[in-house]
Design a protein around this ligand. Structure first.
Ligand code: FES
Length: 164
């Protein structure tokens, strides 16, 4: 993992204009617009939300409130690999917090951040992933890894080819 931080390129806001042109400017269009932005940017950048307000006339409180209300919308950037660690009941009982703590330590996540300094990995706690018999479970880039311990959880995301 490189420790060098690369400055983020300026956000291309043309996609926001496109999304609004497709979905419309009414309050009912807001969730479909946010979904398009989330799919495109992989989170909801503040600059994009400000552009939504400017083009739709919706208030910042309304847009920010909607963006924060739904768990599927992320307000912080994701890494190139996004890791979802299940904290549903079965996984919680099987040691999900221990998995989370060891991943944070092994990936050198700064306190309070869910993104590694090189933006390679982001980590998110999620509700049941629907494969409780494999608890504890995580999902990385859409692939499930289960029956984890601290060591195998790190391997599952850093060396996926070696993890079943
Ligand atoms: S509780 Fe983790 S997969 Fe169901």
């Amino acid at each position: 993992m490189s420790a060098i931080l690369h400055p983020s390129p300026p956000l291309d806001l043309a996609f926001v204009d496109e999304a609004i042109a497709q979905e419309g400017r009414s309050p009912e269009s807001l969730i479909p617009i946010l979904q398009r932005l989330q799919n495109h940017y992989r989170y909801l950048p503040n600059e994009a939300l400000r552009r939504v307000c400017a083009l739709t006339g919706l208030t910042p409180a309304h847009v920010a409130g909607t963006a924060s209300f739904y768990a599927r919308f992320r307000r912080t950037p994701t890494g190139r690999h996004h890791v979802r660690v299940c904290h549903g009941t079965a996984c919680h009982v099987a040691g999900a917090q221990h998995i989370m703590d060891s991943l944070r330590r092994d990936l050198h996540l700064p306190p309070g951040s869910d993104l590694t300094p090189d933006a390679e990995f982001s980590i998110e706690e999620v509700a049941c992933l629907g494969c409780c018999s494999l608890a504890p479970v995580l999902m990385v880039d859409g692939r499930v890894a289960g029956r984890l311990n601290a060591a195998s959880a790190t391997l599952a995301i850093t060396q996926p080819a070696h993890h079943p």
